[in-house]
Design a protein around this ligand. Structure first.
Ligand code: ADP
Length: 260
């Protein structure tokens, strides 16, 4: 712990003395460090696609100018990199919005069973393309819960997308909603049978830009922000995210949300 001490001379009638103000600067320092790391990360993440875009433009103006197949190839690369940058910017905005709202708990009644069905249905084609079966286990009579439907949809989308991206080594992705009558929370599990996660990574997965395999995540279009967004949305809903996984055993991401 470090303190910043300000000493100012004071005079009170005939008395002279000094006033010391102690201020704990540790937290300020941490916030400053966090901000610097964040800016460095964002700059790095943006610079990589920008470099690729710049060199593709250079090639299109020069060597690939009169070579239609090469032109096509470079245009596709540019399209992919521009999409990556858009996604990064959209996710950064999402993250900063959720962070700013974290103290206000959302209260609109949300049909969580309907959201689970809709999110799962929208990923069916992607799952089929990855060679995976998507299984949805609904809960009969799941109550409406206080929440923000768009943000809860984003939680489901991020988790299902990850299960498909990183679970391709298995056969199946399961999305299950549990809403037991006698419990104050309901639970949504997103389970894959993929490569799983080493225990040492588990506590850090929800940090922004944390990726286990940087190359693999980037190849799959990942930004490293998905789980950070999930964590903040769940915490805004006064819920909890549990991750259970082991190498070779797939992964289970469980979101707990208060029913009232
Ligand atoms: P990304 O955009 O890279 O997918 P996320 O924040 O969503 O970022 O996830 C962070 C990292 O956690 C990923 O890069 C990946 O290494 C790991 N991860 C996330 N979901 C899974 C999963 N279902 N199975 C294995 N690893 C996962």
């Amino acid at each position: 712990v470090s303190y910043q001490v300000t000493v100012s001379p004071v005079r009170l009638g005939q008395m002279r003395g000094a006033l010391c103000a102690f201020e704990d600067i540790t937290e300020q320092e941490l916030v400053g460090q966090f901000r610097r790391d964040f800016v460095a990360n964002v700059s790095h993440e943006l610079r990589t696609p920008l470099t690729t875009l710049a060199s593709s433009i250079e090639t299109l103006k020069g060597a690939a100018r009169d070579d239609p197949p090469a032109r096509e190839r470079f245009l596709s690369i540019m399209e992919r990199e521009a999409a990556r940058m858009s996604r990064l910017v959209a996710e950064l905005l999402s993250l900063s919005k959720v962070e700013a709202q974290e103290r206000q708990r959302p209260t609109a009644p949300v049909d969580i069973a309907g959201l689970v069905d809709a999110a799962a249905a929208s990923f069916r084609p992607a799952a089929t393309e990855a060679g995976l079966r998507l299984e949805i286990l609904g809960a009969d009579g799941a109550p409406r819960i206080p929440g923000d439907a768009d943000q809860l949809t984003q939680v489901l989308q991020n988790l299902i997308e990850n299960a498909i991206k990183y679970g391709a080594a298995g056969d199946r992705v399961t999305i299950a909603l549990h809403a037991p009558n006698d419990e104050p929370m309901l639970r949504i599990d997103v389970i894959d049978e993929g490569d799983g996660i080493e225990p040492m990574h588990l506590p850090r997965l929800t940090e922004r830009f944390y990726r286990i395999d940087d190359h693999r995540s980037r190849e799959k279009g990942g930004t490293g922000l998905g789980l950070a967004i999930v964590k903040h949305i769940v915490s805004r809903h006064r819920g909890r995210l549990d991750i259970v996984s082991a190498p070779g055993k797939g992964a289970r991401f469980s979101v707990f949300l208060p029913k009232s």
